[in-house]
Design a protein around this ligand. Structure first.
Ligand code: ADP
Ligand code: MG
Length: 263
């Protein structure tokens, strides 16, 4: 398989077709993409363009139909078994009957970490997402933004180098989202993770990413890949700069080009 050493995710001619009662659905068609170590890659495009499917293929939750995909130089199955990634879902998906610390502990329990190691990791990841002191709270005692941070902490707890995030902030209001975007950038810099991030929001994609992957549906495919020229240091105010607006414009054009208005 052709994948350079620094490639965390490498896809070549990747296709995935779902067979449904209404016939085949081409969710991914000839996707070529490299995600390099330390990249922050956003996937943006309308519903149904295959964003979730692509993350699920990386995570070995769906199998490709044809083409190549490698994760850390391995097959997705090998990478899953090596615990290559943490996954953050759109809804925080915390267990309501477990406290925050018990929610974070769950995957650690399953992986067989002892109590002491669990406690250490819970403390560290809650610090990373600014939730120290909320260990004993239940999810319903936290705001939506805090719940989403707790679910990020859970994905960080086993310290995989790759984080897969599927519209983690989609359901939050804009002020909370701005704040979490800033925090996520800080966390990404602090931890040197590689992040694959799905979003519907152009400003969110441009603000966060080193690379923006624009997708379009029917068939699900990549229509543009934009390497961001923005500096690593990004105060929220950067969103008003000409450089930022120029990238946002290119993303918007890409989305428009891939959109069919007849439907
Ligand atoms: P996105 O996350 O960009 O909205 P998805 O990856 O969820 O897109 O879906 C891509 C396409 O595949 C859509 O047309 C969707 O209806 C279809 N699809 C997704 N999952 C399944 C499935 N398990 N079975 C059949 N079709 C599916
Ligand atoms: Mg989706």
């Amino acid at each position: 398989m052709t994948s350079s050493a620094s490639s965390v995710v490498s896809a070549r001619n990747l296709c995935l077709t779902y067979n449904t009662n209404d016939g085949p659905v081409h969710a991914l068609s000839n996707v070529d993409l490299d995600v390099r170590k330390g990249d922050f890659v956003s996937f943006i495009g309308p519903s149904g363009c295959g964003k979730t499917t692509f993350l699920r293929v990386i995570a070995d939750l769906e199998r490709k139909t044809s083409g190549d995909i490698s994760v850390n130089g391995m097959t997705p199955e090998e990478a899953r078994k090596a615990r290559a990634y943490g996954y953050v879902f759109q809804a925080a998906a915390l267990y309501p009957w477990r406290t925050i610390e018990k929610n974070i502990a769950l995957p650690l329990e399953i992986m067989g970490y002892d109590r002491q190691e669990q406690a250490k990791r819970i403390t560290r990841t809650l610090e990373l997402v600014n939730l120290s002191g909320f260990e004993k709270k239940f999810p319903w005692q936290l705001s939506g933004g805090m719940q989403q941070r707790a679910s990020i902490a859970r994905a960080l707890a086993f310290d995989a180098d790759l984080l897969l995030m599927d519209e983690p902030f989609g359901a939050l209001d804009e002020i909370v989202r701005d704040h979490l975007n800033e925090q996520l950038l800080k966390l990404w810099k602090q931890t040197n993770k590689t992040i694959c991030f799905v979003t519907h929001s152009i400003p969110e994609a441009v603000y966060l990413s080193t690379k923006i992957v624009v997708m379009s549906p029917r068939p699900g495919r990549v229509t543009d890949i934009i390497e961001s020229p923005l500096p690593a240091e990004r105060p929220l105010g950067i969103r008003e700069t000409p450089e930022f607006l120029e990238i946002a414009h290119r993303v918007r054009e890409g989305l428009r080009a891939g959109h069919s208005y007849e439907e």
